[in-house]
Design a protein around this ligand. Structure first.
Ligand code: C2E
Ligand code: CA
Ligand code: CA
Ligand code: CA
Length: 277
């Protein structure tokens, strides 16, 4: 009705309107962008907490749209999910990232972490793509980590379990991204064939001011160790946070405090110059 329409118009904040317009542009242009490979990547280094040694990188997608500039990657994947393009995106990203990093890997091996979003939509297809990518041997399977984010629906746990079981023989590693934020994570990590817990940034953010979060991080690290999982904290921005993570025994860290996500050339320079030990 007219009244509802007016109410909607009145109560939609300008930023939300801009967001939905941007998302329409993304939806319109994503297929051609993928076809023309208009994306790039940045790589964010990860470090061993105790020694400060460089341990790997997380691959992050970037899309500079000719009209609207750099697009929020979260929106890219939100739109890709809505338009049924997740698997195609994941496939392209996985293959390109491995191709791009392989020359650097040959010089100095490291862990390569790639985010995947299509597992909820296409577990079988995605598993096939992973097997194929790992089979190419550009980066050995044990140095490939795939970051998955748990689905809020508890029923999806069984699906995740089957998906991970089907990947076991490939030797690739699995990280649970945004860990601690979801519902069922605590109860099922003991059953799932995963390797890494990636502690959600929100726990790290106020580590220095929120003692409850400090306690939670400590508990998650302890639990990780108990189940022989690696643990990495993301979004580490300050020395205080690092000190507290050390105290908690968190073995790996990533965040602006150490390095921002960077283009391949810059990463290569830093590694060649031994900027990271
Ligand atoms: P995510 O997987 O949780 O990635 C971490 C995000 O935190 C990245 O944002 C990264 O740039 C940012 N970040 C890193 N260190 C810090 C820090 O110290 N402080 C703060 N505040 N932020 C930090 P980005 O690149 O904008 O990506 C956002 C999300 O988009 C990612 O969250 C992921 O869910 C998705 N995404 C990005 N690239 C890809 C991709 O290639 N494939 C898939 N499937 N998803 C991707
Ligand atoms: Ca991630
Ligand atoms: Ca995350
Ligand atoms: Ca995420």
């Amino acid at each position: 009705s007219k009244a509802t329409h007016r109410a909607k118009t009145v109560f939609t904040p300008p930023s939300a309107k801009a967001a939905s317009e941007t998302k329409s542009i993304i939806a319109r242009d994503l297929p051609l962008a993928l076809e023309h490979e208009s994306f790039s990547f940045v790589y964010q280094p990860q470090f061993h907490t105790g020694t400060g040694a460089f341990s790997g990188v997380e691959v992050l997608l970037r899309w500079e749209h000719p009209d609207i500039g750099f697009v929020n990657p979260e929106w890219v994947f939100e739109v890709a999910e809505r338009t049924g393009m997740l698997l195609e995106m994941d496939r392209w990203i996985m293959q390109k990232a491995v191709q791009n990093l392989s020359p650097l890997y040959q010089i100095q091996p490291f862990q390569v972490s790639i985010n995947l979003s299509s597992f909820h939509a296409d577990p079988h297809e995605l598993a096939a793509v992973i097997r194929q990518t790992a089979g190419k041997g550009l980066i050995p399977a044990e140095h490939l980590t795939f970051e998955l984010t748990e689905n809020p629906e508890p029923e999806s746990t069984e699906q995740l379990h089957l998906f991970l079981e089907s990947l076991k023989e490939t030797g690739v590693r699995i990280a649970l991204d945004d860990f601690g934020k979801g519902y069922s994570s605590m109860s099922y990590i003991q059953r799932l064939p995963i390797h890494t817990l990636k502690l959600d940034r929100t726990f790290i953010q106020d580590l220095d001011t929120d003692s409850a979060h400090r306690w939670l991080v400590k508990a998650m690290v302890t639990m990780g160790r108990r189940f022989q999982l690696s643990v990495i904290a993301e979004g580490v921005e300050t020395g205080e946070q690092l000190a507290l993570l050390k105290e908690c025994g968190c073995p790996f860290v990533q965040g602006y405090y150490f390095a921002r996500p960077m283009p391949l050339e810059e990463l290569k320079k830093k590694l060649m110059m031994n900027t990271y030990r």
